[in-house]
Design a protein around this ligand. Structure first.
Ligand code: PAF
Length: 284
């Protein structure tokens, strides 16, 4: 695996790969890899001849009171895991290389980012779409793989690609879960054993809502309420939002008559966790 820090060098290698006729897959990450990331890499490996991963804890997507400094990092372990896939190119720039002094351009998707995580994390999605646009220009992938666990991020990136004519196919990949249902996340590393137990209420709440949906409930508020009841048990978590929205536009809906997503964000102790499931008309 070749490790590249410089955006210019990465562009040179990407151009050379494209000239050779290679197909480039990109898996953008902030490191501290888990099985969710590895599933994206395996799929990228399967679909392309060159597998590139970016590892960059992007400062512009963290708010002033968020966990940028504390975000878990373990480059050595990450490299071992990537070698096992195997990854061909690791783009791991320093912040100054990505945001040199004087940078003043942002990429902002305005509607899909309203509400849900956008409400409590102002500027977060602007940071995400800006860095993803930069990564697309630097790594020049043909395809890029994103996990559905960060559902609003996935929708924002798809919208950006559509609106700005990026010639990149976005490949969504299912959320990878622990044996007991907990959605894999680098932030799970913050949880104590007791908190981890409480964190299970997120996936349980979503499954409870799905069960109502399968029984025929199509009122989004009733489904959200069912999830809230489950989250409220034992006051285990502090709920930030439970929302049911149209699955692509993330618009609010009065009744479910097509694919919808039910998404939740909650704090377990000091750790903020998110999870979601898509409700497909075929799932009952
Ligand atoms: O999902 C993430 O890890 C990040 O938001 C991403 C897409 C790598 C952008 O920094």
């Amino acid at each position: 695996m070749k490790i590249i820090e410089s955006p210019a060098e990465m562009q040179r290698l990407a151009d050379a790969a494209r000239l050779r006729g290679d197909k480039i897959a990109l898996v953008p990450t902030m490191g501290y890899l888990h099985e969710g990331h590895l599933s994206l890499m395996r799929e990228g490996r399967r679909r392309a001849s060159v597998l590139a991963v970016s590892l960059f804890v992007n400062p512009t997507q963290f708010g002033p009171n968020e966990d940028l400094a504390a975000y878990p990092r373990d480059m050595q372990r990450d490299c071992r895991l990537m070698e096992s896939i195997p990854v061909d190119l690791l783009f791991a720039p320093q912040a100054q290389a990505m945001y040199p002094p004087g940078a003043q351009t942002w990429v902002e998707v305005t509607e899909v980012t309203q509400g849900m995580c956008g409400a409590s994390r102002p500027g977060h999605f602007r940071g995400v779409t800006t860095v993803v646009a930069k990564l697309f220009n630097i790594v020049k992938p043909h395809i890029a793989l994103f996990g559905a666990k960060d559902y609003q991020q996935l929708c924002a990136v798809r919208q950006m690609v559509r609106d700005l004519n990026f010639d990149v196919e976005i490949v969504p990949m299912p959320t990878v879960r622990e044996h007991d249902g907990l959605a894999m996340s680098s932030r799970n590393a913050y949880l104590s054993p007791a908190e981890r137990e409480k964190a299970l209420s997120l996936s349980r709440a979503l499954e409870a809502a799905r069960a109502c949906y399968v029984q025929g409930e199509r009122n989004p508020y009733a489904l959200a309420q069912r999830a809230r009841e489950e989250l409220g048990r034992d006051n285990a978590v502090s709920v930030e939002y439970v929302e049911v929205r149209e699955a692509t536009t993330l618009k609010e809906i009065e009744r479910i008559d097509g694919p919808a997503v039910i998404a939740v964000a909650a704090r377990v102790g000091r750790t903020r966790l998110i999870d979601n499931i898509v409700l497909e008309p075929s799932s009952n």
